[in-house]
Design a protein. Structure first.
Ligand SMILES: Nc1nc2c(ncn2[C@@H]2O[C@H](COP(=O)(O)OP(=O)(O)O)[C@@H](O)[C@H]2O)c(=O)[nH]1
Ligand SMILES: [Mg+2]
Length: 447
């Protein structure tokens, strides 16, 4: 699924997150490669241009370049923009409550996957406690009714069909049948053509009028790339779509349709077909696709977590404090608490691509941090402000209070003293300060 594009974007994301510092040049270069990758994936040219321009504008702003981890922030920005492109939030079907009848109309070209997808969706909805009825209203292709009947038998879903040629009358009868028999969702399969033509559109418009659907879903073959996008626009102009189902997403190595269809047609992708089997229909989640395609697994949630716990301003305040040497044990405590709030350091670091299994021993020590937290919590305010007043008697009191040994308390104070010493040396050299901050959190800097 989107293997080609995914591989390229993953490489770019890896490269840039791996860099400790990035420049405007790095960003331009990365954006250029992303542009090529998107164009090769057959994404609409205008969509690519807009995407690159707006990403570039934001990436060159202060938020990325001056952030704590610019590489990751950049990838996060690309990710956010991709999610937007794919349609932002998951768009669910807009159906009425289970006591009222909802109608879903399937439209699309011949061979796009309408009949298969109609059955898949019925099966999906049945799993979601709805009671669907499939309606065979493709009366042009002789085998179409039979195909739907077979799918209905396979899934245990009733199919309404009649031996006649007028789809409008079949649909009207089906709706009555559904009402009488408590089907809450009527799914109508219609006929398609190899190309859009006036006669086909007239037929579907008539069916639409009779059915008064809650959802008009276009099934578009994602393998046809920009063709699928054009079709979506045209069907939408003529019928007013409520959403799109991209079929054969499993066989689409490129992704051009997925990345362009929302921007160009304005209609959301609601589901994707991911195989020939009846269960192969997935709700479409823009964020999941984007993170899969950037190959970053959980980098995004990592960045979000880090952002939530330590934003830029705070980091700057901290640096100021360090520079002015007012950094005390209270500040140290709040750093420890932030790190532990983010979850286990070990698991956090393992979310970074390539990190799993490659962590140096003792790079991360959650237990150590917990101990230090307990020790500082047992100190008085005055002690936290000025560690120099903590003599032997205070040390044993703190040890007792925190359930640690005097050795542990000594260790912490020694470490803190060393850190203060380093701070003294620390100039405005940010590399040095970063190293310092990392050491204080026991986080290995070579990530
Ligand atoms: N691999 C794959 N094949 C699909 C998918 N959806 C439909 N197909 C296949 O596409 C072909 C045409 O499907 P059909 O439902 O008959 O299209 P229709 O003419 O629009 O009704 C069939 O062979 C389906 O098995 C999908 O999501 N993945
Ligand atoms: Mg069909």
């Amino acid at each position: 699924m989107l293997d080609g594009l995914g591989k390229k974007l993953t490489d770019i994301a890896r490269y840039i997150t791996g860099k400790a510092h990035i420049s405007e040049n790095n960003i331009q270069e990365a954006l250029n490669e992303i542009k090529i990758a998107l164009l090769e994936a057959d994404v609409n040219v205008r969509v690519v241009r807009r995407f690159i321009n707006s990403t570039q504008q934001e990436a060159l702003g202060e938020k990325v370049l001056r952030s704590v981890s610019p590489g990751q922030q950049f990838v996060k920005l690309v990710y956010d923009k991709m999610v937007q492109l794919l349609g932002d939030k998951r768009q669910d079907l807009q159906l009425k409550g289970p006591d009222t009848q909802s109608v879903i109309l399937f439209v699309g070209l011949q061979g796009s996957g309408k009949t298969t997808t109609a059955a898949k969706l019925a099966y999906f909805l049945k799993g979601n406690k709805r009671n669907p009825l499939l309606v065979a209203a493709d009366l042009r292709r002789p085998a179409a009714v039979e195909q739907l009947n077979i799918l209905g038998k396979q899934t245990g879903i009733e199919v309404y069909s009649e031996n006649q040629k007028n789809p409008v009358s079949v649909v009207s009868h089906a709706l009555k049948h559904a009402k009488k028999n408590q089907f809450d969702t009527v799914i109508i399969d219609t006929s398609g053509r190899l190309q859009i033509d006036a006669e086909l559109m007239k037929e579907i418009k008539d069916v639409k009028k009779a059915a008064d659907p809650d959802e008009i879903l276009l099934v578009a073959d994602s393998m046809t790339g920009q063709n699928a996008v054009d079709i979506a626009r045209e069907f939408d102009e003529q019928l007013g779509l409520s959403g799109i189902i991209l079929s054969k997403f499993d066989s689409d190595a490129k992704g051009g349709a997925a990345f362009s269809i929302k921007s160009i047609s304005g209609k959301p992708i609601k589901f994707i077909g991911v195989g020939e089997k009846i269960q192969d229909l997935d709700p479409f989640y823009p964020d999941r696709i984007a993170s899969r395609i950037l190959g970053m697994g959980d980098v995004v949630s990592l960045v979000e977590k880090a952002q939530a716990t330590m934003d830029l301003e705070e980091a700057e305040k901290l640096q100021e404090k360090m520079a002015s040497l007012t950094f005390d044990l209270e500040d140290y405590l709040s750093q420890i608490q932030k790190v532990t709030k983010m979850g286990s350091l070990q698991s956090l670091m393992e979310m970074i691509p390539g990190m799993k299994g490659n962590l140096p021993e003792n790079a991360v020590n959650d237990r150590e941090l917990k101990k230090e937290e307990a020790i500082i919590l047992s100190m008085t305010k005055a002690e936290r402000k000025n560690y120099r007043i903590i003599g032997p008697r205070r040390r044993s009191r703190i040890a007792r209070g925190s359930g640690m040994s005097v050795f542990n308390v000594n260790q912490l104070l020694k470490k803190f003293e060393k850190a203060k010493l380093m701070m003294k040396k620390a100039t405005k050299n940010s590399k040095y300060q970063k190293q310092l901050m990392s050491q204080m959190g026991n986080i290995n800097t070579n990530i």
